[in-house]
Design a protein around this ligand. Structure first.
Ligand SMILES: Cc1cc2nc3c(=O)[nH]c(=O)nc-3n(C[C@H](O)[C@H](O)[C@H](O)COP(=O)(O)O)c2cc1C
Length: 207
């Protein structure tokens, strides 16, 4: 598939054909593409915990759901995903990398990082997985882990303390799902978001 078609077709898929597993070679390609994401200083401060077994996925949903609540339609849909990829960022990998002689930030001062590039880069890797899923004829969704469940997720999957669950990519063959109500907001157009040379100067396509 052409890249432009992959980009235009990509949408968050929130329900899957539960009885159709994701082929093993597709999972491998998702991960191989993820590690081609760019990263600050080539720090590559990301890890991916791949949940392919039903018992592991159940453990994830138990760790992230409220005990006393019936799953809503959103959760029931996502719970049909045959593969979940937990995307973890690693701040220390960046502080270590930039303390190296060629970067020189030996103070490891976090004030040097007004933008947490460990999370940015992990998000870029997740995007490559989303696009790869489309290219392979599957669907995927990126969703967050509730903040008060981060510790439970780390504990469930033996994730070291310094790693942050930036989000989860669910993957599978799409089943009919409900469009997100957020989409009613409409996509912001290029004219709305692009500025020509100075913020506030309307973008004109003609160079
Ligand atoms: C950082 C991030 C977090 C998101 N978290 C969730 C989430 O927790 N649950 C969910 O259903 N969708 C989540 N989404 C998906 C967005 O709702 C979706 O991308 C947006 O509505 C546009 O729809 P589209 O991706 O299908 O074009 C998230 C997307 C991003 C980029």
């Amino acid at each position: 598939m052409q890249l432009r078609e992959v980009i235009r077709r990509r949408r968050m898929v929130r329900a899957y054909q539960a009885d159709r597993p994701v082929p093993a070679d597709v999972v491998i390609r998702l991960l191989e593409h993820a590690v081609h994401a760019p990263s600050a200083g080539f720090s590559q401060g990301w890890d991916f915990v791949v949940l392919r077994e039903a018992a592991d996925r159940d453990l994830f949903w138990a760790a992230t759901s409220e005990d006393d609540e019936e799953p809503d339609a959103w959760l029931r849909g996502l719970q049909t995903a045959p593969v979940l990829v937990l995307c973890l960022s690693d701040k220390d990998a960046y502080l270590d990398r930039y303390a190296a002689p060629d970067k020189g930030w030996s103070d490891r001062d976090e004030a040097r990082w007004p933008v947490p590039y460990w999370d940015v880069d992990t998000g870029m890797a997740a995007l490559l997985m989303l696009l790869t899923a489309v290219d392979e004829g599957l669907g995927a969704c990126f969703f967050g882990v509730p903040p008060h469940r981060h510790d439970a997720v780390r504990a469930a999957f033996a994730v070291p303390d310094g790693r942050r669950p930036v989000g989860v990519v669910s993957v599978g063959y799409p089943a009919p799902d409900r469009r997100s109500p957020s989409l009613r907001r409409g996509r912001r157009s290029v004219a709305q978001v692009a500025h020509d040379g100075r913020f506030g100067v309307p973008w004109t396509a003609a160079g």
